[in-house]
Design a protein around this ligand. Sequence first.
Ligand SMILES: Nc1ncnc2c1ncn2[C@@H]1O[C@H](COP(=O)(O)OP(=O)(O)OP(=O)(O)O)[C@@H](O)[C@H]1O
Ligand SMILES: [Mg+2]
Length: 232
Amino acid sequence: MLTVENIHVYYGAIHAIKGISFQVNEGEIVALIGANGAGKSTTLKTVSGIMHPRSGKITFLDEDITRTDGYKLPAKGLAQVPEGRRIFLQMTVMENLEMGAYIRKKPPQSDFDNVFTHFPRLKERRSQIAGTLSGGEQQMLAMGRALMSHPKLLMLDEPSMGLAPILVEEIFNIIQEFHAAGTTILLVEQNAEMALQVADRAYVLESGTIALSGTGKELAQSDEIKKAYLGG
Ligand SMILES: Nc1ncnc2c1ncn2[C@@H]1O[C@H](COP(=O)(O)OP(=O)(O)OP(=O)(O)O)[C@@H](O)[C@H]1O
Ligand SMILES: [Mg+2]
């Protein structure tokens, strides 16, 4: 579904991504894990067209999207929930969800119902101003908003960031629900333990390169990973 081939990404003179390649097959959950500053968010921003690589190639559903502007990608089936959620704080829950469907003029009620099935809490709070939601509810809203565009590939950047353990569990359960409903997932996480539990395959990023890859199970059992990311 998604193929990333040898991309190099820069912020001015800073060489943030140094020739990484990976793929996501239809129906998979793939995780990108790695320490702070490894280049996880930069990778997602590059796939979602917010940044472009200086060299290398990105293919989504057999189409070269290496230089496609990000705003065109949701219509092709690619959606991203960015790091830090980036919901519209002054708008209500419903208005935020509508923004997620901007590629269609008027989303049908069934789209909202679909979001509310995954996130009953958002239904209760549908008229609330998004800026007054709790951190966990804001994450749910960001995920619900992405769902409104009917993504084939959903990319999530650190969905568990700043959430209490019980809510982390809930968010990961919902990711698995999305997946069971047919959405392919590319997941960026600091929480390597949770990410490797749900991922079919995973890649470990270190200083802008891929240091290791394998199935979620293999990596969860690797001594290197245990030492560096799973607390021994
Ligand atoms: N806007 C920017 N300008 C300059 N350098 C940047 C910018 N954004 C990121 N970088 C640098 O690029 C590298 C990769 O950053 P990135 O945000 O992709 O890491 P990350 O793996 O997502 O880290 P974290 O887990 O902390 O979110 C870092 O060295 C970072 O300092
Ligand atoms: Mg990041």
